[in-house]
Design a protein around this ligand. Structure first.
Ligand SMILES: Cc1cc2nc3c(=O)[nH]c(=O)nc-3n(C[C@H](O)[C@H](O)[C@H](O)COP(=O)(O)OP(=O)(O)OC[C@H]3O[C@@H](n4cnc5c(N)ncnc54)[C@H](O)[C@@H]3O)c2cc1C
Length: 278
């Protein structure tokens, strides 16, 4: 249908980004192609060492899924998106396809080995997430393609992760957020992935901050170095959520907390994570 209807057609998933944009007249598609009529587009499956999510899987389904909880950072993310109403309608596929710089899923999934499946009139292709999201509101999808599945590799043994966002209230996007995934070997951090949300046009992979942890013991000194490197990596804009300087300070504090919880989880502790509300 997308190929038939051309540029004037848009896909509708949960409608939690598209419908508000249409109400504001920022989007005015001539045709809506509703994915909600496609059976079997919503699922959470464990396939060997990979978790697979159908594009139409709602945030609330991921929040309540025992399979998704095997990667705790996925639960942190799903449970913290907006409020119950938005989580009951919004989908993981719609969130990644929208590529909103303030969206939670991209920041979290960038810390994991994530691929998205794109389906179009020319067949199927699999794209690693870092290549899929190309800019703010811009992805690798062609007009006649849809995102059909998100797949995430289970992190190796000794892994732990945490996602923390700072918000003014539940039904708004975060001011800043931090996603951290570590692999521990005793007190040494074997590997680390750190991604920053809402402080740039896309989720930012804080590579220097990752390097500050990798191969080192996690202590006050290495955490301070990672926090400082994260502030350097952030590229925030001043807006109604706060000044650029404020967001830079904030994201460092969130990275610090997320590292501490990720390490505790890697050691087998059950730690509940909740977003921070102003
Ligand atoms: C009040 C409110 C607060 C919110 N707060 C947050 C928040 O804190 N964090 C957060 O991450 N999100 C937040 N959201 C957004 C929410 O998570 C959306 O669900 C999500 O961004 C888009 O998913 P959707 O399924 O609703 O997509 P839709 O709105 O239906 O579609 C969004 C865009 O993606 C395209 N699209 C949808 N599905 C596909 C697909 N499978 N393949 C290709 N293109 C597709 C559509 O054509 C459209 O352009 C909020 C929304 C609202 C209304």
């Amino acid at each position: 249908m997308l190929a038939e209807l051309g540029d004037e057609a848009k896909l509708l998933a949960g409608g939690q980004s598209l419908i508000p944009l249409m109400k504001l007249r920022f989007a005015n598609p001539q045709h809506l192609v509703d994915l909600n009529f496609i059976p079997g587009a919503s699922y959470i499956q464990e396939d060997g060492a990979t978790l697979k999510f159908g594009a139409l899987t709602r945030h609330a389904e991921i929040e309540n899924s025992k399979i998704a909880a095997k990667i705790p950072i996925l639960h942190d993310c799903a449970a913290g998106i907006a409020d119950v109403q938005v989580r009951n309608r919004g989908t993981i596929g719609g969130s990644l396809a929208e590529a909103d710089p303030s969206g939670d899923w991209a920041a979290v999934l960038m810390t994991l080995a994530t691929e998205v499946r794109c389906l179009g009139t020319n067949g199927e292709r699999t794209v690693p997430l870092p290549d899929f999201i190309q800019d703010a509101y811009s992805t690798a999808l062609a007009h006649d393609e849809l995102l059909s599945e998100v797949s995430v590799k289970m992190p190796p043994k000794g892994s732990g992760g945490a996602y923390i966002a700072f918000k003014r209230s539940a039904p708004v996007y975060p001011t800043a957020s931090a996603a951290v995934q570590v692999v521990m070997d005793g007190d040494t951090c074997k590997d680390a992935a750190i991604s920053l949300g809402c402080v740039g046009l896309m989720a930012i992979k804080a590579k220097e901050a990752e390097a500050a942890l990798r191969g080192k013991p996690i202590d006050r000194k290495t955490i301070a170095a990672a926090l400082e490197a994260s502030r350097e990596a952030a590229d925030p804009q001043t807006d109604m959520r706060g000044s650029a300087d404020y967001k830079r300070q904030l994201v460092g504090a969130l990275v610090k907390q997320a590292i501490e919880i990720a390490v505790r989880r890697a050691r087998g502790e059950q730690v509940e994570v909740s977003h921070l509300y102003a």
